[in-house]
Design a protein around this ligand. Structure first.
Ligand code: GLN
Length: 186
């Protein structure tokens, strides 16, 4: 299975390693036309506003078309890019997931932390780094991960998002869940 990892900026290499461990062939996507060769895409953490700058209008439009038809998983900044509505501050995006998300929602004191949440029904280590918070989930959204009372991983059709960084924990279940989503759609 050929999976792309958007490799413009941020934390893409840890995703590459994890996907390869799980047997996927990985394409580091740096140019829009590489989207044509892959069956699914991971948009990693980083800085969502920087992603938008680096993508430019044409890159963003190509990505919008991709996420309409192919499985995509966004982590942290990637989740922000996939959301319908972004605040703190307001920001454009791919409008692929019916959620509202607030950037840097945990404030300075808890900038980054490792907490235990629940993913797919089981306790899971979750690494949060300047994480956003999902503040609203639309009716078509399935919450697949939570931490305390907060949804931290969601799915809508073939689109998945997590506000934490599963590529930084040993547990490979989150990436496995995404690969299952990709293979179901073939
Ligand atoms: N704070 C970043 C943003 O707003 C996301 C942080 C991350 O991806 N680790 O885009």
């Amino acid at each position: 299975m050929k999976i792309g990892v958007l490799a413009l900026q941020g934390d893409f290499d840890a995703h590459r390693r994890r996907l390869e461990e799980l047997g996927a062939e990985v394409v580091l996507v740096k140019k829009p036309e590489q989207l044509d060769e892959i069956e699914g895409l991971i948009i990693p953490g980083g800085e969502s506003s920087t992603f938008l700058k680096l993508l430019g209008e044409a890159g963003l439009e190509k990505l919008r078309q991709f996420v309409r038809v192919k499985p995509t998983f966004g982590t942290c900044a990637g989740a922000i890019l996939l959301a319908n509505e972004v605040d703190n501050p307001r920001q454009a995006g791919l409008g692929a997931l019916d959620i509202s998300i607030r950037r840097n929602a945990y404030g300075r004191q808890v900038d980054s932390s490792i907490r235990e949440g629940i993913f797919a029904g089981a306790p899971t280590e979750m690494v949060f780094i300047r994480a956003p918070k999902i503040e609203r989930v639309g009716p078509g959204i399935e919450v697949i991960g939570s931490e305390g009372n907060d949804p931290v991983a969601v799915r809508q059709g073939k689109i998945m998002a997590a506000t934490f960084h599963p590529e930084l924990s040993e547990d490979s279940r989150v990436h496995r869940a995404f690969l299952e989503l990709v293979s179901d759609r073939k």
